[in-house]
Write a protein that binds this ligand. Structure first.
Ligand code: ADP
Ligand code: ZN
Length: 214
């Protein structure tokens, strides 16, 4: 049985599903935590399926990879709806990495899966490069049975870091990458406007170069 039929009732087990959400900035250990929970489910001989959005291909095309190098195979999806098509009826635990890239469809997908008796574990950034709520994660937090917020270590001062600092010039909401493009910062060291300032600086320096050439 595949497709929408799967979401009606879990007749076989009669078990209740739920939603767990793990949020925090980049480098806070969300992928590590997801991998830990999924490995434990596998040890318990539960059927596990793992999904991640196609947008994030930073290290490995078909796997979740943490910044510390842990890895677990996963299925790539373009939309949250695609997860519903790919989940098999017998799957008990579903892991979804980088949920912030899956849009509003993630909310109904997670609800359908949990209603069908699945344990759904989603990780993602709860705030963006400017420190603003990063939908759909904040709304998913409101629906979840269990929430874990992780912190990284501020690279400037060593305090707990709640923010993802963008280091490159860009105003786009999504700029994918890790190596050197982002770092973890605490609330004191966070500079939300740094990337927009850099755009202005770049513009100013091009003007100067043009003036020098003339
Ligand atoms: P996330 O999925 O939240 O981006 P990962 O699970 O991929 O996080 O990576 C967490 C790992 O990143 C840590 O265990 C550590 O080895 C490494 N790391 C690198 N920079 C930092 C930092 N500033 N604070 C904490 N961990 C960091
Ligand atoms: Zn700091």
């Amino acid at each position: 049985m595949r497709g929408t039929e799967v979401w009606r009732v879990d007749i076989v087990k009669g078990n209740m599903g739920w939603i767990e959400v793990v949020v925090g900035p980049m480098f806070s250990g969300k992928s590590e935590e997801l991998i830990r929970r999924l490995r434990r489910a596998e040890i318990a001989r539960q059927r596990v399926q793992i999904f991640k959005p196609v947008i994030d291909q930073r290290y490995s095309v078909n796997g979740i990879v943490s910044h510390s190098g842990l890895e677990l195979g996963s299925d790539l999806v373009r939309t949250a709806e695609e997860i519903l098509e790919k989940v098999e009826p017998r799957t008990e635990v579903i892991g979804i990495d980088e949920g912030q890239f899956l849009g509003d469809g993630l909310l109904s997908t997670c609800n359908k899966l949990a209603d069908a008796g699945k344990r759904v574990i989603v990780t993602g950034l709860d705030t963006d490069f400017m420190g603003r709520p990063f939908e759909p994660m904040p709304r998913l937090l409101a629906m979840a049975e269990e929430i874990t917020k992780l912190l990284a270590i501020c690279v400037r001062c060593g305090n707990p870091a709640v923010h993802t600092q963008r280091l490159v010039a860009s105003e786009e909401l999504i700029v994918v990458g890790a190596g050197g493009m982002y770092e973890a910062r605490c609330r004191r060291c966070f500079e939300p406007n740094l990337s927009t300032q850099k755009i202005d600086e770049e513009k100013a320096s091009t003007v100067k170069v043009r003036a020098a050439v003339r």
